[in-house]
Design a protein around this ligand. Structure first.
Ligand code: FAD
Length: 572
């Protein structure tokens, strides 16, 4: 009797707790749905929520935000890894631009689709295994970066704002060039060895036991790379006995053209990446073709012109409602017309594959880990064509000397003594040259009114806008010259200001990859303050894809174990 009333009492308490929980949950879901409905009249959303039980079991839904190197790689590898483990996955890639590729994108010279030129990321190297393997898998043709250039006899020169301190003829590499060895001794070869040693350490991130890595900080530490990231390029090179003139003349020219940063800012690891240029290549027609190939192979639904605006985590089941706006006027979609349409869809996992600070996304509730805001380089890219060659006079050369096809820049001896410049960003760090590089990319045969003309395609990287009159100075056109007619000097041009890459200040910790404790929100772009390249974004994509599948596996194992235990108890 006493025992019976005890059980009844216990049952009563249990039932009331159960009903209270259900009631609270209902109120919570109700409030949540109401909020969602208020927002976007979420009929579709309600259906998805009521179907959620079926969806979780049968099909895992993943939203990837961003169709650049990081997002496309996530989708591509996720599809592969999920298939290997027999998980059904449905991937949706949201991209606010009207094109795939993000910072890997091309424009058409003279609006001619047969004359494309990279506006963003232009080269990768053979050790970039994700990109390189993808070009093979998708049958993409790659070209040596210099192949169509060869207008001048020198491939490259380094200009310090006063004179060329270095020139490199075609068919030599700058570290095995006799003139270089004469000038800098064995430092170039030692720097090359240091670079290879550092890259070998980095490549460990692709393989077990380091791969997949849940924390980039830990992986970098285990790969013994924190020494390189903790110091500026200048400190890193000095401490390895390869500093001095070679570093400031040539290595710095490379960090400036690749990252718009002097050795006094950029960390040692990214400095080494700048020196790993052997077998540089790009995909004919545009590097974005790699990412478009990856998306096609992933069977993902790709929603172009669609900006994700908010992510809401459902309090009831922990799934994500992704709110997006399609057809608004975004970058690359300036021509879009009509009213934007709002959409929402529910996903099990969300992968943020874009620098969070530029993505304009609100996350509710705020995740356990929110990526920090970090300074990015503002890089001005100027593309133009002209029948004229770069002026020797502009570079203080005698009139009979050619300007090298690619002009890199560095600081001169006086500037190199000034910390405000060596550690300055943008216009404060560029020095008297005023630009980071100007390259003659190729000559183009152009037909104008039935007449064939040769013109040259140029690209300038600078920290401030390149004005038309500055471009004319590059070409040696003085006011009042016969050529001083705009259309005759610059026959086509295109300008773009990028948030190109972060300032790679020395650091020993990196952004988290898994942003919530339930392992449903992932972030790829934290790798950019470690190394910012197409390949490293792709590495983070493959890494996140593996982490997602691993988390599904362990959740499935845990729920199977719980089920088995329940059955075992029931049998008893
Ligand atoms: C001028 C320039 C030259 C470079 N040169 C090289 C080079 O030679 N080699 C090299 O390897 N790297 C180079 N880089 C760096 C390289 O481009 C980047 O490191 C890499 O492309 C980054 O890829 P990602 O996918 O991480 O980011 P991104 O390419 O930026 O892709 C992120 C995508 O997310 C989208 N997005 C953002 N927010 C939202 C949202 N709310 N909703 C939907 N979509 C959203 C963006 O539109 C974008 O397409 C260069 C970069 C620039 C700008």
């Amino acid at each position: 009797m006493v025992a019976g009333s005890g059980i009844r009492g216990h049952l009563l308490v249990t039932l009331s707790v159960f009903f209270l929980t259900v009631l609270l949950l209902a109120v919570e879901i109700g409030a949540f749905q109401e909020a969602s409905q208020r927002y976007y009249g979420g009929k579709q959303l309600q259906e998805q929520i009521s179907n959620r039980g079926d969806l979780v079991v049968s099909m895992r839904k993943v939203a990837v935000i961003g169709a650049g190197a990081g997002g496309s790689s996530t989708a591509y590898y996720l599809q592969k890894f999920a298939a290997n483990k027999s998980f059904d996955v449905s991937i949706t890639v949201y991209e606010k631009n009207s094109y795939v590729g993000g910072r890997s994108t091309t424009v058409n010279v003279y609006n001619n689709p047969d004359e494309v030129v990279e506006l963003g990321a232009s080269i990768f190297v053979e050790v970039n295994e994700n990109l390189y393997n993808a070009t093979k898998e998708f049958g993409l043709e790659c070209s040596d970066n210099y192949i169509s250039r060869r207008v001048s006899k020198d491939a490259l020169g380094v200009y310090d704002g006063q004179s060329f301190i270095f020139r490199q003829p075609y068919d030599t590499t700058w570290w095995n060039n006799l003139a270089i060895l004469w000038k800098y001794g064995l430092t170039p070869i030692r720097t090359q060895q240091l670079m290879k040693q550092t890259i070998r350490k980095f490549l460990q991130l692709y393989r077990a036991p380091l791969f997949p890595f849940r924390s980039l900080t830990e992986a970098a530490e285990k790969a013994d790379l924190l020494q390189a990231t903790a110091h500026t390029g200048e400190q890193f090179l000095n401490s390895n006995g390869v500093g001095g003139k070679y570093a400031t003349d040539l290595v710095q020219a490379s960090t400036r053209v690749n990252y718009a940063q002097n050795l006094g800012i950029i960390h040692g690891l990214e400095t080494m990446v700048c020196m790993a240029t052997d077998n540089a290549m790009s995909v004919k027609g545009g590097n974005w073709k790699i990412f478009s190939g990856m998306l096609a192979a992933s069977n993902a639904k790709v929603r172009l012109n669609t900006a994700v605006t908010e992510l809401h985590k459902s309090p009831s089941d922990g799934r994500w409602i992704v709110y997006s706006t399609q057809g608004a006027s975004h970058q690359g979609h300036e021509d879009s017309e009509g009213t934007p349409t709002f959409q929402s869809e529910v996903f099990d996992v969300v992968v943020l594959a874009s620098p969070f600070q530029f993505s304009d996304i609100e996350i509710h509730p705020e995740p356990e880990k929110t990526p920090d805001i970090i300074p990015y380089v503002q890089l001005h890219v100027t593309l133009f064509t002209s029948p004229l060659r770069l002026s020797p006079d502009y570079f203080h050369l005698p009139a009979d000397q050619e300007v090298p096809d690619m002009v890199l820049t560095t600081l001169n001896a006086t500037e190199q003594q000034n910390e405000k410049i060596t550690r300055g960003g943008g216009v404060h760090g560029v020095g008297s040259s005023g630009f980071f590089s100007v390259s003659l990319l190729r000559s183009i045969k152009r037909e104008v009114s039935g007449v064939h003309k040769i013109e040259y395609l140029y690209k300038i990287f600078s920290p401030a806008e390149m004005t038309h009159s500055h471009i004319k100075e590059f070409l040696g056109v003085k006011k009042g010259n016969v050529e001083d007619v705009d259309d005759a000097v610059v026959t086509w041009s295109h300008k773009k200001v990028w948030h190109s890459y972060p300032y790679l200040y020395p650091r020993v910790t990196f952004e988290e990859i898994i942003l919530d404790k339930e392992q449903t929100l992932f972030y790829t772009s934290g790798i950019e303050s470690f190394i910012s390249t197409m390949e490293t974004s792709s590495l983070m994509g493959i890494n996140v894809a593996q982490l997602v599948v691993d988390s599904w596996e362990s959740k499935e194992k845990a729920s199977k174990k719980a089920q088995d235990e329940m059955w075992a108890k029931a049998k008893l």
